[in-house]
Design a protein around this ligand. Structure first.
Ligand SMILES: Nc1ncnc2c1ncn2[C@@H]1O[C@H](COP(=O)(O)OP(=O)(O)O)[C@@H](O)[C@H]1O
Ligand SMILES: [Mg+2]
Length: 321
C-alpha cells in the first residue's frame, strides 16, 4: 500500500462563538497535499488561512470534519514528528542571538546537542544569517527574523513544512531569499504548505494553489491551470446595436460598466460575434484580450459575488445565514 499523503483536509468546519453570535471561519474545506509538493493557500485577510493551519497542526479542533497528517490525527504527538511550522508574525525573545534561539528551540524539539552543533551552522548558512549569528535578535530586521524563523522551522529536518505568511512585511530582496530557501527545501523532498495573502509569493513558489474566500475554497489547481488563457475579451462599442443580441452558440456576452465582457468557446465563435455585431450596425471601438494572470483570477474571484460562498459570516446561533 502506498503511504498516506502528507496532508488531507476533509470537510473541515470551524466556528467561533462571540457572545451569542457565531462566526464561520472555515466552511467545509477539503484538500489533499501530495508528497514533495509546494501547496499554496491564497486568500485575503480573514479568509480563514491561519485557522486552517492551526487545525492542520492539531493546535485547534475543528467544529466538524477531519485532518490527517500522514494519515494520523494531528493531535497525536507522533503525527507532528518532523513537521515544521513557521507561525504568522512570530516573535523571538529579543535577548536571544540567532544561535541561542535555534539552540533553545532545538532543545525544546528534543534534538540532541551533537545534532544541534552540526545543524545550527548549516541552517544559519542556508538562510544567510551566518555572519549575524551572534547578534542579538533585537537588532534583526523583519526579513532576518523571518529567515531565522524559517531556520527554526527546519531544525528537525521536517518532511512537511507549514508556513503562515512567511514573507509578510519582508522587503523584495528578503522575499527572494526566502523563496530560494523554500525551493532548496522542496528539492530535498520536503512537502510545503504556504498560507499567503500575497499572490506573487504563491505564484512563484507553489506547484498548486487553492484560493480561500470566506472559509471556502473557491478555486484549486496548478498556477498554470488557474491562469490558462481563456478566450475572454473586453469589448467596447462606439455604437451598439439593439440589446440584447440574439444568443450565439459558444459566446457569452455580459454587460459591464460601459463595456462588455465576451467569453468565447473558440476563435470561430468570437468571429461570429464580431460578424453579428457588425451586421447589426455595431461599431467596434475596442476588442482586447482580458489578462489571465493569477492576479486576474484572484481579483475576479474575490470580487465576484457569485463565485463564492456567503462567507466568513456572522450569524445568529443555530441558523444558517
Ligand atoms: N480564536 C478565535 N476566536 C474568534 N474568532 C476567530 C479566532 N481565530 C480566528 N477568528 C476569526 O476567523 C476568521 C478567519 O481568521 P484567520 O484564520 O486568522 O484568517 P486569515 O489567516 O486568512 O487572515 C476571522 O474573521 C477571524 O477574526
Ligand atoms: Mg492569517
Amino acid at each position: 500500500m502506498s503511504p498516506p499523503p502528507p496532508l488531507e483536509v476533509l470537510d473541515v468546519h470551524q466556528e467561533f462563538r462571540r457572545l451569542r453570535q457565531r462566526l464561520v471561519a472555515l466552511d467545509g474545506v477539503s484538500l489533499t497535499v501530495d508528497r514533495g509538493e509546494a501547496y499554496g493557500l491564497l486568500g485575503p485577510n480573514g479568509a480563514g488561512k491561519t485557522t486552517l493551519v492551526k487545525v492542520c497542526l492539531g493546535l485547534s479542533r475543528p467544529t466538524r470534519g477531519q485532518v490527517l497528517l500522514r494519515g494520523l490525527d494531528p493531535a497525536h504527538p507522533r503525527a507532528r514528528l518532523r513537521v515544521g511550522y513557521l507561525p504568522e508574525g512570530h516573535r523571538f525573545p529579543a535577548y536571544h542571538t540567532g544561535v541561542s534561539a535555534l539552540h533553545f528551540f532545538g532543545r525544546l524539539a528534543g534534538l540532541e546537542e551533537a545534532t544541534l552543533r552540526r545543524r545550527i551552522p548549516e541552517l544559519l548558512e542556508l538562510v544567510g544569517l551566518s555572519d549575524r549569528a551572534r547578534d542579538r535578535i533585537g537588532r534583526y530586521s523583519k526579513g532576518m527574523t523571518q529567515r531565522l524563523g524559517l531556520a527554526a522551522a527546519l531544525l528537525d529536518d521536517p518532511d512537511i513544512l507549514f508556513l503562515d505568511e512567511p514573507t509578510d512585511g519582508v522587503d523584495p530582496l528578503g522575499r527572494r531569499h526566502i523563496r530560494e530557501v523554500l525551493l532548496a527545501t522542496q528539492e530535498r523532498g520536503t512537502t510545503i504548505f504556504i498560507n499567503s495573502h500575497l499572490l506573487s509569493e504563491v505564484e512563484r513558489t507553489c506547484d498548486r494553489v487553492a484560493i480561500l474566500k470566506s472559509g471556502r475554497i473557491v478555486r484549486e489547481g496548478s498556477v498554470e491551470e488557474l491562469t490558462r488563457p481563456t478566450l475572454r475579451f473586453r469589448l467596447r462599442l462606439a455604437h451598439a446595436p439593439a440589446w440584447p443580441l440574439p444568443a450565439l452558440p459558444g459566446v457569452e456576452l455580459a454587460a459591464r460598466n460601459g463595456h462588455f465582457e465576451a467569453a468565447a468557446a473558440d476563435l470561430e465563435s468570437l468571429n461570429a460575434l464580431v460578424d453579428e455585431l457588425r451586421r447589426q450596425g455595431g461599431l467596434i471601438a475596442e476588442l482586447a484580450p482580458l489578462g489571465s494572470d493569477l492576479e486576474e483570477v484572484f481579483v475576479t474571484l474575490l470580487t465576484d459575488e457569485n463565485a463564492a460562498a456567503p462567507g466568513a459570516r456572522v450569524g445568529t446561533s443555530g441558523e444558517r445565514p
